[in-house]
Design a protein around this ligand. Structure first.
Ligand code: SF4
Length: 325
C-alpha cells in the first residue's frame, strides 16, 4: 500500500483534511499525521470525519499523546523506540491500543537510535536491535498488531537492516528511505532502496519521503509499484527519449500528455514517440500512442495505425483516443 504523511499543521483541521483529500485523489491509501501536542492528537477525530483513508498518528517523546490519539479514534500509531522506550510507557500504550484493536508501528530511525548494549554493532544492526527490543516488549504483552520500519538516509544501510529483520520477524514491514531529499534526488534514493527491497519480496507499505508536496510522494510510490508490475494504477506513459530523428518538440508533448493523464484513472499504456520511423515499432505494446513526424503524426492503437493528425492536434487527438479506449 502507498502511504504518505501530511505536511500541514495537524491542529489546523481544515488544511489537514484538504491535504489528505488531495492525497486520496491521487491514490494514497494510508496517511500519517504529526502529533506534536495534545491539540494535534485531539484534532484527529475531526480530521477522520472529513476523510476516507486510515490515519496513523506519529508520536515522539510523550507517550500520553499516543493515548490521546487513541481516544480520538486514530487507526494506527507510530512510535519511535529512540524516544519512547521505557517499558512502563510502552506497556500503557500497548494496553490502550489492544483494547481498540489499533496497530502499532515500531518506527526505527537511524538518526534517533536508542542506546544499545553492544557499541560494535553496525548502524543496520543497531536498528534491528532497537526494533527487536520493542517487539519483545509488545509480544510479552500479548500484543501482535505490530508493523516495523527501519529507515536510514543511507540506502545500503536501510536495505541491510530490512533484509536482516525480514528473516527474524513475521510482522508487516513499512519501507522507505528517510530524509531522501527533494524530488530530483529523493526519488532516486527512494526508488533504489524501495525497489530493491520489494524485488526481494520485502515490504508491505511504502512511503517515498520527499521535501515536496506529499502528492509527489504518492505519485512516486505508485510509479515504483507500477514499474515492478506490483500495482496497476492509472495510466503508464511510455515516451521516447527523443534523438536527432525527432522533428517535433517531443519533451514538451510528453510533459503535456503526462499532465493530462493525471486526470485519468483507468489503467492504460500511452506512448509518445518522436518519429514515425521507429516510434510505432518501439511502442507496439502500448494501448494508444502517437508517433510524431514533421507537421503530422500517426495515432496508433495496439500497434495498428488508426489515424493521421496535424501537429496542432497531437495532444487533443491522442487524449481523445485515450478517453475512447
Ligand atoms: S522513437 Fe524516433 S525520435 Fe524517438 S528515440 Fe526512437 S528513433 Fe529517436
Amino acid at each position: 500500500m502507498v502511504q504518505s504523511m501530511t505536511k500541514t499543521d495537524t491542529r489546523d483541521v481544515m488544511s489537514t483534511i484538504h491535504q489528505i483529500k488531495e492525497l486520496e485523489d491521487c491514490g494514497c491509501e494510508l496517511v500519517r499525521v504529526a502529533v506534536p501536542d495534545a491539540e494535534a492528537a485531539q484534532a484527529i477525530s475531526a480530521i477522520k470525519r472529513g476523510i476516507s483513508i486510515p490515519v496513523i498518528a506519529d508520536i515522539h517523546f510523550d507517550y500520553r499523546l499516543a493515548l490521546m490519539a487513541l481516544e480520538a479514534g486514530v487507526d494506527g500509531l507510530r512510535l519511535n523506540p529512540g524516544n519512547i522506550s521505557e517499558p512502563e510507557k510502552v506497556t500503557t500504550i500497548a494496553q490502550a491500543a489492544k483494547k481498540r484493536g489499533v496497530p502499532i508501528r515500531i518506527g526505527v530511525n537511524a538518526g534517533s537510535l536508542p542506546k544499545v548494549a553492544n557499541p560494535n554493532l553496525t548502524i543496520a544492526e543497531q536498528m534491528v536491535e532497537a526494533a527487536l527490543g520493542q517487539i519483545r516488549l509488545l509480544e510479552n504483552l500479548d500484543f501482535d498488531l505490530i508493523k516495523v520500519s527501519l529507515k536510514a538516509f543511507d540506502v545500503p544501510t536501510t536495505i541491510e537492516a530490512y533484509r536482516d529483520i525480514a528473516q527474524k520477524i513475521p510482522y508487516p514491514l513499512h519501507i522507505g528511505i528517510t530524509e531522501a531529499g527533494t524530488p530530483r534526488t529523493g526519488i532516486i534514493h527512494s526508488t533504489v532502496g524501495i525497489s530493491t527491497l520489494l524485488y526481494l519480496g520485502i515490504g508491505d507499505t511504502i512511503r517515498v519521503s520527499l521535501t515536496a508536496h506529499p502528492r509527489e510522494e504518492v505519485m512516486a510510490g505508485y510509479e515504483i509499484l507500477k514499474s515492478l508490475n506490483l500495482r496497476q494504477h492509472g495510466p503508464i506513459l511510455v515516451s521516447c527519449p527523443s534523438c536527432g530523428r525527432a522533428e517535433v518538440d517531443i519533451v514538451k508533448l510528453a510533459e503535456e500528455v503526462e499532465e493530462e493523464l493525471l486526470k485519468i484513472d483507468k489503467p492504460i499504456k500511452v506512448a509518445v514517440m518522436g518519429c514515425v520511423v521507429n516510434g510505432p515499432g518501439e511502442a507496439k505494446d502500448a494501448d494508444i500512442g502517437i508517433a510524431c513526424g514533421k507537421g503530422k503524426g500517426v495515432i496508433f492503437k495496439k500497434g495498428e495505425k488508426v489515424g493521421v493528425v496535424e501537429e496542432r492536434d497531437f495532444l487533443s487527438a491522442l487524449m481523445a483516443e485515450v478517453e475512447r479506449f
